[in-house]
Design a protein around this ligand. Structure first.
Ligand code: PRX
Length: 678
């Protein structure tokens, strides 16, 4: 087993001043160990504002859990109202920067104090109510990274509507499927957003999607391209198309707001579903991961204070899009609940050039910066001149999320961005976990480049074999969570069986070594000699491309949706920037191969067409990087595609392991032949 053993000792300033000090950390580990329910009950009492206090800490009816369930609260109150009584009311809650920016025009910049953000949220929450949105209704968001996205999430939460944010990079079809699955009554969008100098045609996609969604009664549209962005819009050279508003269904966001509203946050049960977020699994259909209110509010707040050490004078920047869970937990709910100043940027890291992020950090004096290894590797490749052209001395803590960070990227991030003085918190977690589960703690945990180190206090993680027995240190196993935790997903929307089967059936208990079911993460990992955990990556048919989770089956279904394709099999192969890239093997229908004039040029054209077809069905981020046409796919005698062999072919590995179950060994030879040809 190869791993980097360099250890960076905890930094002294953090040990002295961090929110979480060593003694408290030790006490928390102990209380979680000795009295699990009381441990969490104490934290929930002290760190959340309750409208009605809870008396029952936890109800565990495996695999379904409820936390603090007879209490009532509202997460928008934790993020806004809680801050209004003292000086935080006038503190900047949100700094937003638009993407359009060149020598002629300064970047668009908006700020909101906590009092202003509260007013905006109340105004829109009341507007949503007037549109007929009630507690328990679902509202879909398909938005660019603009303040109205944050306001919309908080406004939904304020009235008890469950939001489902769909990343703006998803196609109209993916949006439609999510709206239908969630049975969303309303969609909030914008007439565009800026990304890498181009306009995202969000409203056009919404119109296409909603035309097939009878559940949608209203669409609210933020005028992102209107007055304020007019010149940027012209400069983007995108073709002008006036926003089409469907009368009776579509409403401008600005017209919906009820100015001067002080709408009180609804008292919601602790378990009230705050949001549904769709994520890829091992089947073609994404799962609607459901999160509740209180447990999620508690853990996102605590992890912001413990892991990111957010302090009153920090300016905090998490670069994730709000369409992903990292955006939910660490752009919106967690940091705002701590009263932080949150910086938010609309666009791409390389627009207009690779210096953009570093200029933002210098200008806004960002002190905490949280991003993904893919971005770090992309910056690293561009050279040090970009970060070195900006003054990054305001930074005091760096974070990494979404995929394993390779030690080389870690070292570059540490030395070049953090000047060797900023701890890096490598945070391991998932859409399903709601918040960070494993991470070094600044000032407490020694850092190891490439390891997320230890679980946080209260989180019970283990690396086990297929029988649920912990594997020896140094051996690979499956990463499981052995006890329920407050911010865990509650179910899969509309499909509790799938929730059970996906997460709780691999280590189901009570048979064998496992007394209660373990939550299976889908990740492989090992523990090193110090008991620190190294997450290796997915062990199921999910691949992590540039930090985006994609089910191989989703891509395969999109490929076979094309009229020329008979069969396809998708595997992930290592990529120096994206971590993993998508490699698709495709067999074509006979009539295509027998077509007159079928040649290499036609093949290449079709490959390009298939790539864009997948983009159209799922979204651009899921486009295959490689397409290989083949006459057949290696299958077992029972007809299962042997992906392991395909991966070997795709990566050019010779050692093909056991092929005795292969139905037709000649398939492999022909695959090898075709790979040699290309
Ligand atoms: O494989 C793990 C990887 O990302 C998966 C979760 O993806 P998603 O639900 O999209 O959430 C991403 C943001 C939390 C995990 O199963 N992953 C996430 N963080 C890390 C990681 N792998 C290694 N190290 C990490 N720090």
């Amino acid at each position: 087993m190869i791993f980097n053993t360099r250890v960076v000792e905890p930094s002294k300033p953090f040990a002295d001043k961090a929110n979480l000090k060593r003694a408290e950390h030790t006490a928390l580990l102990k209380s979680a160990e000795t009295s699990y329910e009381d441990h969490w009950a104490g934290l929930a009492k002290n760190n959340l504002v309750w409208k009605k206090p809870f008396t029952v800490p936890m109800k565990w009816n495996p695999p379904f859990v409820e936390w603090f369930c007879d209490g009532e609260l509202n997460i928008s109150e934790q993020c806004l109202d809680k801050h209004l009584n003292g000086s935080t009311a006038q503190k900047t809650a949100l700094i937003w920067e638009g993407e359009p920016c060149d020598d002629l025009q300064p970047c668009e910049r908006k700020t909101f104090t906590y009092a202003e953000l509260h007013a905006e949220v109340c105004a829109f929450a009341e507007g949503l109510q007037r549109l007929g949105i009630k507690k328990g209704d679902r509202v879909a968001l398909y938005m660019p990274m603009i303040p109205e996205a944050v306001i919309s999430m908080l406004a939904c939460a304020r009235i008890g509507a469950t939001h489902t944010v769909v990343f703006g990079g998803f196609s109209a079809e993916s949006l439609r499927d999510r709206i239908i699955d969630a049975q969303a009554k309303c969609v909030i969008t914008a007439n565009g957003g800026f990304r890498r100098g181009k306009i995202l045609p969000l409203k056009v996609a919404v119109d296409k999607a909603v035309s097939e969604c009878p559940c949608v009664e209203s669409v609210v549209v933020v005028d992102r391209l209107g007055e304020t962005a007019e010149s940027a819009y012209r400069n983007s050279k995108s073709a002008f198309t006036a926003t089409q508003m469907h009368s009776g269904r579509d409403h401008w966001y600005s017209k919906c707001k009820i100015a001067g509203s002080t709408l009180a946050a609804a008292a919601l049960p602790a378990e009230h579903p705050l949001f549904i977020l769709y994520t890829s699994g091992t089947t073609g259909k994404p799962k609607g991961v459901v999160h509740g209110t209180a447990g999620y509010a508690l853990w996102t707040n605590l992890t912001c204070r413990w892991v990111f050490d957010i302090q009153p004078d920090d300016v905090y920047w998490c670069t994730a899009d709000i369409g992903w869970v990292t955006g939910h937990s660490y752009v919106v709910y967690g940091p705002l609940s701590t009263g932080a100043t949150v910086y938010m940027y609309e666009g791409a890291p390389d627009f207009p050039d690779f210096g953009r992020f570093w200029r933002c950090i210098e200008r806004e004096k960002i002190s905490i910066f949280y991003t993904a290894p893919t971005a770090i590797r992309a910056f690293m490749r561009q050279g040090n001149q970009w970060p070195q052209s900006s003054n990054l001395s305001s930074l005091r803590l760096l974070g990494s999320v979404g995929e394993p960070i390779n030690p080389e990227a870690w070292e570059w991030y540490h030395a070049t961005i953090g000047s060797g003085k900023c701890p890096i918190v490598d945070t391991w977690w998932q859409t399903e976990t709601g918040g960070v589960m494993m991470s070094p703690l600044p000032g407490i945990t020694p850092l190891k480049p490439g390891s997320a180190t230890r679980p946080l206090p209260g989180i019970a993680v283990e690396v086990v074999d297929d029988n649920g027995i912990p594997v020896p240190r140094g051996s690979r196993g499956k990463l499981v969570i052995t006890k329920p935790w407050p911010s865990q997903l509650r179910t899969v929307h509309g499909d509790p069986e799938r929730y059970k089967n996906t997460y709780w059936s691999t280590f189901a208990g009570p048979a064998g070594a496992v007394k209660e079911p373990y939550y299976f993460t889908g990740d492989g990992a090992f523990k090193d000699a110090d008991n620190d955990i190294w997450v290796i990556g997915r062990v199921d048919d999910v691949i992590n491309v540039a930090g985006h989770r994609i089910g191989t089956m989703e891509v395969e279904s999109a490929l076979v949706d094309h009229s020329s394709v008979a069969e396809s099999a998708v595997v992930g192969v290592p990529d120096s920037i994206k971590g993993t890239s998508i490699y698709a093997f495709v067999t074509l229908k006979n009539e295509v191969k027998q077509m007159a004039g079928w040649n290499d040029v036609k093949k290449q054209e079709l490959a390009r067409e298939l790539i864009s077809h997948v983009g159209g069905i799922i979204g651009s981020f899921a486009k295959p990087d490689h397409i290989r046409f083949t006459d057949s796919l290696p299958k077992t005698r029972s007809g299962k595609i042997m992906r392991r062999l395909l991966k070997d072919v795709a990566t050019g590995h010779e050692s093909l392991g056991d092929t005795t179950t292969l139905e037709d060994v000649s398939v492999l030879a022909s695959l090898r032949q075709s790979s040699d040809d290309e």
